[in-house]
Design a protein around this ligand. Structure first.
Ligand code: 13P
Ligand code: ZN
Length: 270
């Protein structure tokens, strides 16, 4: 079976990274059934051969109009597809779409007519925002990390930057490698345009990683591996917190002065 990835090594390398991250999400227990989704902006890898390809589906509505997505292309996890299957067969469990000139519809171009994730409004809305800002970020990852989701069942941790400061204080690397912290979005219906809009507002407040209350996390970064890393360091901190609580004590956490010292030494934004 021919694939659009044949003879396109740079594009294939990006899709391979998505497959690698999908395996990690499954191995971590963050991707039950079809849980989670990944999209990447692949426009920079699109050549004339791809541009001349016919669509394999009719145009479908995005559900909103996203003017900055004119001429852009994305790889998207398929809705109802498993991360553990995508890890082995990324082009059977995801597809490549292009945005139509009206910026309100997309069509699937390759390899198979796998309908994109139900969280497409959040993913494409965020990509539209990132392009408008001139951001170098190309990847967005939504997943269900157990310990971070558990924290959102506490009203206290849903308050602005309470979880951020706690998680940063568990181990220095978390502030270094998730330097913008964890934004919080109150519970909203999965896959809704409102959830997408709230996610964009929270990213715009200065976060790369956004928590969806009682649901999951949504992270953006330059590529899929970097987005995964930000979630991974945050969840590591949550595990350290839980380990300390399990040993029967409230962890002290690094002091405010120690965290400030990190910001200065590593030129962190916060
Ligand atoms: P999809 O299978 O449509 O990607 O949905 C998974 C999910 O996690 C929804 O929030
Ligand atoms: Zn989800």
């Amino acid at each position: 079976m021919q694939s659009v990835l044949d003879n396109r090594p740079s594009l294939k390398a990006e899709i391979d990274k998505v497959a690698e991250v999908a395996l990690y999400l499954w191995q971590k227990g963050w991707a039950e059934r079809n849980g989670g989704n990944i999209t990447i902006n692949i426009t920079e890898f699109v050549d004339d051969g791809m541009r001349s390809m016919l669509a394999i589906t009719e145009p479908r509505p995005i559900g909103t109009t996203l003017p900055h997505l004119k001429g852009t292309w994305f790889y998207c996890k398929g809705t109802n597809r498993r991360m553990r299957d995508l890890a082995r067969y990324p082009m059977d469990n995801g597809s490549i779409i292009r945005i139509l000139p009206d910026c309100a519809h997309y069509e699937i171009v390759a390899d198979k007519p796998v309908a994109p994730t139900s969280e497409l409004p959040s993913h494409l809305g965020v990509h539209n925002y990132l392009i408008a800002k001139g951001s170098p970020y190309k990847a967005s990852v939504h997943t269900h990390p157990i310990e971070l989701v558990a924290m959102t069942h506490s009203k206290h941790f849903m308050e602005k930057d309470v979880a951020t400061n706690l998680l940063w204080s568990m181990i220095p690397e978390t502030k270094a490698f998730c330097p913008r912290g964890l934004g919080m979005v109150p519970y909203m219906l999965p896959s809704s345009v409102e959830l997408g809009e709230a996610t964009i507002r929270t990213i715009d407040e200065g976060y790369d990683v956004v928590m969806w209350e009682k649901h999951g996390v949504f992270a953006v970064d330059t590529d899929v591996m970097a987005a995964f890393d930000q979630i991974d360091v945050l969840n590591k901190s949550a595990l350290i917190y839980i380990a300390a609580k399990g040993m029967g004590f409230e962890p002290d956490g690094m002091t405010a002065a120690q965290m400030q010292e990190m910001s200065v030494a590593f030129h962190l934004p916060k």
